[in-house]
Design a protein around this ligand. Structure first.
Ligand SMILES: [Zn+2]
Length: 141
């Protein structure tokens, strides 16, 4: 991958990272505002319930954001190592169109399709095997 394209992705990831961190900060601020207004109007036990729900929500949000941050950091690390855009499985360069659509993709389209097909095929093969047995039994009798 040429240097200008690598830079394009690096900037993209850094912007995503910044927006993600900003989003987490904003969610924290909004959460604090709601908690404060609830304390003014509601009884202690109701307030506690709202706080509990908010905590659950922020854990959920943190989990998803952490996952995304990890993916972004992985991609940035690959850029720094010079292995960005290379398929983790077969080691081939990924198509630029794939990286444009999914910048954090780990596998090339071929490997991704193989992975998805093998996941789908296990129950399908089992079913057709059973069907084959039934057919031969019918023929035998
Ligand atoms: Zn591959």
């Amino acid at each position: 991958m040429d240097a200008s394209l690598t830079l394009h992705f690096k900037e993209k990831f850094l912007t995503m990272r910044e927006q993600l961190l900003l989003g987490i900060e904003q969610a924290k601020l909004t959460g604090e505002e709601v908690t404060l207004s609830a304390k003014d109007d509601l009884k202690d036990d109701v307030d506690w319930t709202i706080q509990g729900a908010e905590e659950a929500l922020s854990y959920k949000l943190a989990g998803r954001s952490t996952f995304l941050l990890k993916k972004i950091d992985e991609s940035l690390f690959k850029i720094s190592r010079g292995s960005f855009g290379i398929c983790d499985d077969c080691g081939q360069d990924m198509a630029i169109s794939r990286l444009m659509a999914r910048p954090m993709a780990r596998l090339c389209l071929e490997c991704k399709e193989l992975e998805e097909r093998s996941e789908i095929h296990i129950p399908y093969d089992r079913r057709s095997h059973t069907l084959g047995n039934t057919t031969s039994q019918v023929i035998a009798s």
